[in-house]
Design a protein around this ligand. Structure first.
Ligand SMILES: [Zn+2]
Length: 114
């Protein structure tokens, strides 16, 4: 993971604020792991592990989230250990090529960060 400075985070915010959350994730991964290629083709679990690692390194291991109760719609907040998510191994027998999206597009970061 590349060491990111305050200016890098400001640049990420400026470039990512109008993007879809999935594209924001691709942008952040590309900024932190510039040697990585075809990030949009990564399995979702691999992308989420990279984002969890990035969050833990710069913002701490506590992740806060929320979901809605499927029965009444009430918002339920929860906390989890981001390190546990970052260190989650890929599922046994998982074939990344099998899950790559045929419509995967170039991460916005590759176009916007040059
Ligand atoms: Zn409920």
């Amino acid at each position: 993971m590349r060491a990111m400075q305050h200016a890098d985070f400001l640049s990420l915010w400026e470039k990512g604020r109008a993007l879809h959350p999935l594209d924001q994730g691709l942008l952040a991964i590309h900024a932190a792991f510039p040697e990585a290629t075809s990030i949009a083709d990564w399995p979702l679990g691999q992308r989420n592990r990279a984002l969890a690692e990035l969050h833990c390194f710069y913002f701490g291991r506590a992740l806060e989230g929320w979901t809605s109760c499927p029965h009444c719609g009430e918002k339920l907040e929860f906390k989890m250990d981001g390190r546990a998510l970052a260190e989650q191994p890929p599922m046994p027998g998982h074939d990344p090529a099998k899950w790559a999206s045929p419509k995967a597009k170039t991460p916005p970061s590759e176009a916007t960060m040059k």
